[in-house]
Design a protein around this ligand. Structure first.
Ligand SMILES: Cc1cc2nc3c(=O)[nH]c(=O)nc-3n(C[C@H](O)[C@H](O)[C@H](O)COP(=O)(O)OP(=O)(O)OC[C@H]3O[C@@H](n4cnc5c(N)ncnc54)[C@H](O)[C@@H]3O)c2cc1C
Length: 536
């Protein structure tokens, strides 16, 4: 198959969730933007964000308090300078989103101009700006209107980034490695070459590495795997946040039940109706997510139950109908009336606190390559993300990334970049190996690298992943690339990175709990892996 297209643009943005969209809005007035995604807005984590964005907006609240809450949730591992910078940007980001047309909920009781702020677990103030319980969708739609209206933006849906093109891969020095662009799989099966002055990976999370996840299909860690293959370091990948309360629905798909429900008074109970969260933490249902997720996991294992229950009956019909419209509708569709019934819940893989090691502006160890949003690790979340800090981080990174790009020089356009090589490729005749390995990776991660870990479980996971990777690599180089194959390869890489980071951490901290090292060490150290270095 011939490679037919070579395009050059100023800014190649891969991913159109909150991080990619805001970056596109900021860069569009300054040059040609190619914005690539695997699917529509609904195939991004952004679309599913329910609770909202944490920001200091209320007079009674303070940046200092937001910083203190973030540091406490992060269990000693947050980078305080980053936390301060992001918390201080909150108000301006909300104002900007309002100016872009995000219809944040306002208070109906006292002052219609004031934002309605909810309170979520481990926040000491009401500081979550929201649009009902579908905040990410509303932000995404507002940004998308600006992106799609700008003549400088080419928004290419259903395109899949395959790999980065770097100077080192073209024979240049690895020490002065520069990103030149990426190979992109188009819907017609062609792998096209996109070169750019600046390449931005905004490809979101990795939830699909686990069997039960709140993330949509796109969350296969593609950007993390691509940047790692190109030579970037990863940081703190052992810290996968499991959302404590996802609908237990063995017959159908799961959905996340926002923390705001517990903020508004919903209780967690076992099948006999007993509240158990206070057995684990003095804040009960409003304890940090990792504590609540482990409490549910422990109660399920202790009682042999498939799930625990969220009792939202005390919230009241009025609030349920107005504040939790989306949740209520989706639960009703699953046959549950949250005003009357207990809601069966289980923890599910939700948010990756680690990722490619970057500055808050998304800069990486590779020139002209930026990684932003959930794929990046800036040090904001430390060992555990404070609820609703992630959209804030995505948008803060987008602002700073665009500013950094606009201050830095362009790369000269390259006309001689090798085309995607399809020699030696034979037609695919069966898909079983892809499906089988996909299922095996997710089962391995769920069984051995879930909420509670041990040395033996991690060793087992590593051994299995090694075998799976060998098979995938053999298959990869002999068959035409497809979205499924690319995702499988990336999934196997991020799974291995999670395991390797977990093996390197010889303590329990935040979201990482090991039965072999239950103590927290006195000094908190980031886990950093560099490509090509030895195993832990
Ligand atoms: C159910 C749910 C609820 C949440 N609630 C909240 C909340 O209330 N508050 C909060 O702060 N955070 C919340 N989060 C987390 C937050 O939504 C994410 O961290 C954030 O939206 C990530 O944005 P992003 O732009 O980095 O990535 P995403 O929004 O996930 O976007 C990733 C984009 O990359 C594209 N992509 C991926 N791989 C490729 C590839 N190979 N080629 C081309 N394109 C690719 C995808 O198609 C997509 O467009 C929630 C997450 C979930 C799943």
């Amino acid at each position: 198959m011939a490679n037919t297209l070579h395009e050059h643009c100023d800014f190649l943005i891969i991913g159109s969730g909150a991080a990619g969209l805001l970056t596109a809005v900021k860069l569009a007035p300054h040059g040609k933007v190619a914005l690539i995604n695997k699917g529509g807005l609904s195939d991004s984590n952004t679309y599913y964000s329910q609770g909202g964005i944490a920001a200091v907006v209320d007079k009674e609240d303070s940046v200092e308090s937001h910083v203190a809450d973030t540091l406490a949730a992060g269990a000693g591992l947050c980078h305080e300078d980053v936390v301060r910078e992001v918390a201080a940007m909150g108000r301006a980001i909300i104002d900007e989103l309002v100016a872009f047309g995000t219809p944040f909920d306002t208070r109906v009781d006292t002052n219609a101009a004031a934002l309605d702020l909810t309170r979520e677990g481990a926040h000491s103030h009401r500081r979550i700006a929201h649009v009902q319980d579908a905040t990410g969708k509303a932000i995404g739609e507002a940004l998308l209107r600006h992106v799609d209206a700008h003549p400088n933006v080419r928004h290419l849906q259903n395109h899949v980034a395959v790999d980065l093109i770097t100077s080192a891969r073209l024979g240049g020095s690895p020490q002065a490695n520069t990103c030149i662009g990426a190979y992109i799989l188009a819907p017609d099966g062609q792998v096209n070459t996109f070169t750019a002055s600046h390449t931005i990976l905004a490809t979101g999370g990795v939830g699909k590495v686990y069997k039960v996840t709140t993330n949509p299909h796109a969350a296969t860690g593609d950007g993390i795997a691509m940047a790692w293959r190109a030579g970037c370091e990863v940081m703190n990948m052992e810290f996968m946040q499991f959302h404590p309360t996802c609908l237990y629905n063995p017959q159908g798909s799961t959905m996340m039940l926002t923390e705001a429900l517990r903020g508004e008074g919903a209780l967690l109970v076992d099948k006999k109706g007993r509240r158990f969260c206070f057995d684990y933490h003095e804040a009960g249902e409003l304890a940090p997510r990792d504590v609540v997720a482990r409490a549910i996991d422990h109660e399920m294992k202790k009682s042999g139950s498939d799930c625990m229950y969220l009792d939202a009956r005390g919230i009241g019909e009025d609030k349920i109908r107005h504040q939790f419209v989306n949740t209520n509708q989706r639960l009703l569709a699953a046959g549950i009336d949250m005003g009357r019934d207990l809601i069966p819940v289980v923890p599910a893989a939700h948010y990756m606190c680690g990722g490619i090691r970057t500055g808050l502006d998304g800069t990486t160890g590779i020139g002209h390559l930026y990684v932003i949003g959930e794929s990046a690790c800036t040090g904001l979340h430390g060992a555990n993300r404070l609820a609703s800090n992630s959209l804030l981080e995505c948008l803060a990174m987008a602002e700073q990334c665009a500013a950094h790009i606009l201050e830095s020089g362009s790369l000269p356009a390259r006309d001689r970049v090798p085309l995607w090589d399809t020699s030696g490729i034979r037609p695919e005749f069966e898909r079983v190996p892809i499906k089988h390995n996909w299922d095996e990776i997710r089962a391995t991660m769920s069984n051995y690298v879930g909420i509670v870990r041990s040395n033996e479980r991690l060793r087992r996971a590593r051994r299995r992943l090694h075998l799976i990777q060998e098979e995938i690599m053999a298959y990869y180089w002999q068959h035409p690339v497809s979205q499924e194959l690319l995702e499988l390869r990336n999934l196997s890489i991020v799974a291995e990175l999670i395991v390797r980071c977990a093996q390197q951490r010889r303590e329990s901290r935040g979201l990482h709990y090991s039965t072999d090292y239950p103590e927290t060490l006195p000094v908190a150290v980031d886990t950093i892996l560099a490509p090509g270095t030895g195993n832990p």
